[in-house]
Write a protein of this length. Structure first.
Length: 282
């Protein structure tokens, strides 16, 4: 039996690439996007590419949209929709911080609740959270996003243990830095802050995403293997070569002292000032 896959945030980036790749393989796909204008754009592109998929508006933060979605019969839920609010905790406005968690945590979790109950009744299903390496470690000036993804990691692990007796699989996909525009937009969100920018601790007009970024096409096939259950690994870091470095960073927290680096700028903060936006990895 061919599984029906619902993908949130399918209008851009990873979600879009995965939706089209699955549809091209013949899988029934419900590709959901945040706003109506994206629906027509996706429908036109699907027509041009000769693929068939159901394209729907689904803003995960909208209760009516979530309720509408629960009427669809699916086998796999891919929680991919997300936003990225950049900035230090000392600078980011409350409204932006709350938006970060509404879009990345509360919206997806509330959407998942309805589908999870149906999967429990059916004694089958798969739930995939597109998290991030930022859900495993944290960089300065990205605390809001990392905080949201750490929260997603906690919910996903809890849900995995809760649903196992009902034959429902839960897993995470943890992409590294990929050049989709998503990371670079994070360091542009300060432009919409309704605060006195002159009072910021950091000068965001001079900062950029502090990492070289990979080709996003690398994510599609490994992600599809997770979505279709072809791999049963719970946590799936892409690219896999980042795993050892992430484990080292996690271990380093146990040895970190509160006095480490006091009076000196953190090297990642400095790189934010030094790097050019959209720098590709070699």
């Amino acid at each position: 039996m061919t599984e029906t896959v619902l993908i949130t945030g399918a209008g851009t980036g990873f979600g879009k690439n995965i939706a089209f790749a699955l549809a091209e393989k013949g899988y029934p796909v419900i590709a959901t996007v945040e706003v109506m204008s994206q629906v027509s754009a996706m429908e036109q592109e699907a027509k041009e590419r000769g693929v068939t998929m159901q394209i729907e508006k689904l803003d995960v933060t909208n209760a009516k949209d979530r309720e509408k979605a629960w009427s669809w019969d699916i086998d796999v839920l891919v929680n991919n929709a997300a936003v990225k609010e950049g900035g230090s905790l000392v600078d980011i406005p409350e409204e932006n911080l709350r938006h970060q968690f509404e879009a990345n945590v509360f919206g997806p979790i509330l959407l998942t609740k309805g589908f999870a109950r149906k999967m429990v009744e059916n004694k089958s299903g798969r739930i995939v959270f597109v998290s991030s390496v930022s859900g495993i470690t944290t960089n300065p000036l990205s605390g809001p996003y990392s905080g949201s993804k750490h929260t997603v990691e906690a919910f996903a692990m809890s849900l995995s243990k809760e649903l196992q007796e009902f034959n429902v699989e839960v897993s995470t996909i943890n992409p590294g830095p990929y050049l989709t525009g998503f990371n670079d937009r994070e360091f542009e969100t300060w432009k919409n802050w309704e605060t006195d920018l002159n009072k910021n601790v950091f000068d965001y007009s001079k900062t950029a995403f502090p990492s070289e970024q990979f080709d996003p096409r690398e994510v599609t096939e490994p992600a599809i293997k997770v979505i279709l259950g072809e791999t049963t690994q719970y946590r799936n870091v892409i690219p896999e070569k980042m795993v050892s470095g992430l484990k080292e960073k996690q271990q380093a927290v146990w040895d970190k002292k509160t006095t480490d680096g006091l009076g000196q700028r953190d090297e990642t903060v400095q790189k934010s000032y030094d790097i050019e936006p959209g720098t590709p990895a070699e």
